[in-house]
Design a protein around this ligand. Structure first.
Ligand code: GLN
Length: 482
């Protein structure tokens, strides 16, 4: 128990029962069959995938063994995979193609992973549902009438639907954890800096992290093991202690592990079915020897305001570069000003425009102190809440979301309702902490996620705890009815 498809396939590849080429063919066939329904991918290059698979088979035949050699993978479309388009889920990129690899992509490819697709996403990673892509919404494989969660909608659905056992998304305020919880997938937001952001489209730079997703903690750790750590091309990147424990992840011993339950996260707003699933999951951890204790994170109430002030401010600055001069789409006009205005007006979708306007307002003279600076101060208070809590407990357990996946359109007409869906996921992002979404059961037939939040740089320990939990439970092995 505890392992997932990646681990099983790796064993099959090592034994010679499987070939990388066979796995790549299987992935491509599955996408051919299911993409009409799910719309999780935006780019596939059959020849490039099969070439990479054959190269992996040559390395396998030579006796080479490594955690990702021959394993199909999917990249969110805000990551640079040299030669392939980078759409960011937006029209504004036009035909832009990546001139180089993102460091995380390069490290996976060097380890022998076989890229099979680039994944659909909310435009520029802004969104919580997967509905804000210029290429149409991605559907939830558990119920196609429902959203998969966003913004890494396609990456998570690709794993849930069995296209690939490992995928990369990005997480600025919850974008792998929320879809992970909606689609029964294990999803990590690492400590800020542990994964290089070189070659990742910037959304909100003080928050952005690459997020690995997989069918189990053990599978996730295999891919994470070949990517984690400092990169000279990203000055914010840092070394991950204990990274050597990832490749062959072992379950943590939960005896005496102190798990804090923040009272502000277990509120009346949680759907009863979600609450019941979480209680049962916590009871499993308790039965394995963990000690559960209530803690308080008193500034939680300010998290959404703080996050969206900082996020929109950074978005307005980062997206200024998409002006028709250097990247992709350009709308010709008589004047330079007209060209820039038309390019941005026709290139960006409504959510990107909304954030650019809000962020420009927050940063403008006269409002900077009242909004942006205030948000930075509140961010420090939120981070201090966590530091205080981690004096008493080893990690925290919370819901990922107050509810399960909603039906299409339920929140897309009301931006504020959409923002509120991130209420439990933005806080670790603001505090630069690692946070993991773990399948914890079902409510009304839809998956429920448990969030584990650790102190800075305890990413490996979080995965080891999740691995222990997954040895005692079978939730993560449940597959959607496709
Ligand atoms: N839903 C959040 C937002 O829209 C988080 C997005 C993300 O993590 N990329 O900003």
């Amino acid at each position: 128990m505890g392992s997932g498809p990646l681990t099983a396939w790796r064993e099959g590849l090592a034994a010679g029962d499987l070939s990388a080429e066979f796995l790549a063919f299987a992935a491509l066939d599955r996408m051919d069959r299911l993409e009409g329904l799910l719309n999780a991918t935006v780019h596939r290059d059959r020849e490039a995938s099969l070439r990479a698979a054959r190269a992996a088979d040559v390395r396998l035949a030579r006796g080479e063994r490594s955690p990702m050699l021959g394993i199909p993978v999917v990249f969110k479309d805000n990551l640079h995979w040299q030669g392939a388009p980078v759409s960011n889920g937006s029209r504004i990129m036009g035909g832009y193609r990546a001139p180089y690899h993102a460091t995380v992509v390069r490290r996976l490819l060097e380890a022998g992973a076989v890229p099979v697709a680039k994944a659909n996403m909310d435009e520029f990673a802004m969104g919580s549902s997967g509905e804000y892509s210029a290429f149409g919404p991605t559907r939830n494989p558990w119920d196609p009438r429902r959203v998969p969660g966003g913004s890494s909608s396609g990456s998570v659905v690709a794993v849930a639907a069995g296209y690939a056992p490992f995928a990369l998304g990005s997480d600025t305020g919850g974008s792998v954890r929320l879809p992970g919880s909606f689609c029964n997938i294990t999803a990590l937001r690492p400590t800020y800096g542990v994964l290089s952001r070189y070659g990742v489209t910037a959304m909100a730079s003080s928050l952005d992290q690459v997020g690995p997703v997989a069918g189990s903690a053990q599978d996730l750790a295999a891919g994470f093991s070949v990517m984690a750590g400092a990169d000279p091309l990203d000055a914010t990147s840092i070394h991950l202690p204990d990274a050597h424990r990832l490749a062959a992840l072992r379950p943590a011993d939960l005896k005496g592990l102190r798990i804090g339950l923040p009272r502000e996260y277990f509120t009346a707003g949680i759907e009863p079915g979600v609450r019941a699933a979480l209680d049962a999951a916590l009871a499993v951890l308790g039965a394995q020897g963990a000690e559960l204790a209530e803690v308080s994170l008193p500034h939680t109430a300010y998290a959404i305001d703080t996050y969206y002030l900082i996020n929109t401010s950074e978005v307005s600055s980062n997206l200024a570069r998409f002006d028709g001069m250097r990247y992709g789409a350009r709308k010709p006009a008589d004047t330079l000003q007209g060209m820039i205005a038309d390019t941005r007006d026709q290139g960006f979708g409504p959510e990107a425009k909304r954030r650019i306007l809000l962020g420009a307002f927050c940063l403008s003279k006269g409002y900077y102190d009242a909004f942006y600076l205030k948000a930075l101060k509140t961010r420090t208070l939120i981070a201090r809440d966590f530091q205080e809590a981690f004096r008493r407990v080893d990690l925290l357990a919370t819901p990922v979301s107050p509810g399960t996946a909603w039906t299409f359109g339920a929140k897309s007409a009301d931006p504020l309702a959409m923002y509120l869906a991130d209420v439990f996921t933005v806080t670790p992002a603001l505090a630069a902490l690692p946070a993991l979404s773990v399948p914890a059961g079902f409510a009304g037939g839809m998956p429920v996620g448990l969030q584990l939040i650790g102190p800075s740089l305890r990413d490996v320990q979080l995965l080891e705890v999740a691995h222990a939990f997954q040895q005692a439970t079978a939730h993560h092995r449940q597959l959607p009815p496709l």
